[in-house]
Design a protein around this ligand. Structure first.
Ligand code: PNS
Length: 164
């Protein structure tokens, strides 16, 4: 039973994230989507809300579970018995940072392999930060995120004055 870990901030989850998890689920028996709880950052959406939104968007995939974590990714990988970490790559500019993380994780826990899945062309320009910015100005983000995420962002920005 091969188990992959798909970690991220997912603030908010985008169609690009969903695409990577769906495609990882074709290659691995089980996939754990792991939402980082980062005490040093003030997220737009609470971790519990991100977990719920991912659960809603990925509920059709039987081998996929959504969880949150705090601390080192390699500790979660060990605790859950993950075989690999899966990350999406949208561009060469993603690659530098992603390779650095892959190398650090392998140095911290030798044998930790990171597998990269090339983002589908239609999502290469979509990022959580751009989605947040568009939503904060009342723009339509429905082409870029699951419907439940678009609704959560609209709720968030109509109930708060904040701009990203
Ligand atoms: O949303 P992102 O930026 O792709 O996710 C980054 C994430 C959550 C994978 C990364 O920040 C992470 O693994 N954080 C946990 C802390 C850790 O293990 N740090 C060492 C490797 S950078």
């Amino acid at each position: 039973m091969a188990l992959a870990l798909c970690p991220g901030s997912f603030d908010p989850p985008t169609n690009g994230h969903i695409d990577i998890v769906e495609r990882a689920a074709r290659h691995f028996d089980r996939v754990i989507v792991a939402v980082l709880r980062n005490p040093d950052k003030k997220p737009l959406l609470e971790v519990e809300e991100r977990v719920k939104l991912l659960d809603d968007a990925l509920g059709h995939l039987p081998g996929v579970e959504v969880d949150s974590f705090e601390g080192l990714l390699v500790d979660l990988a060990k605790e859950r018995g993950a075989d690999v970490i899966v990350k999406g790559l949208r561009s060469t500019s993603d690659m530098g940072y992603e390779l650095q993380m892959a190398h650090i994780n392998a140095a911290l826990a030798p044998g930790t392999d990171t597998v990269f899945i090339a983002a589908s062309p239609e999502w290469t320009f979509v990022s959580s930060s751009m989605v947040k910015q568009v939503a904060s100005y009342g723009g339509d983000v429905s082409p870029f995120v699951p419907a439940s995420v678009a609704e959560a962002l609209a709720r968030h920005f109509t109930s708060s004055e904040g701009r990203v």
